[in-house]
Design a protein around this ligand. Structure first.
Ligand code: SF4
Length: 70
């Protein structure tokens, strides 16, 4: 399983990942992603998840293979 990991120490709530992956990530009232630290990414959304990793201005996202979400 592919998971999207969010490093909360880096995220500043710019919201780009929320716009790319609205099926997986909501937005809280301050603009921060509303999700857990590790988000399971369905195969159909791998492309958008890779783009979110590339576009995150804070380098707060990474994709991990083979980890089960807690
Ligand atoms: S794109 Fe990066 S900085 Fe912006 S909300 Fe998502 S994880 Fe945080």
């Amino acid at each position: 399983m592919t998971t999207l990991h969010i490093d909360w120490t880096r995220c500043q709530g710019r919201g780009g990942c929320v716009e790319l992956l609205p099926e997986l990530i909501g937005r809280d009232e301050w603009g921060y992603p509303l999700t857990g630290t590790d988000v399971a990414v369905p195969r159909a959304l791998h492309g958008h998840a890779r783009q979110a990793v590339r576009d995150c201005p804070r380098l707060a996202l990474r994709l991990e293979q083979g980890r089960d979400t807690p």
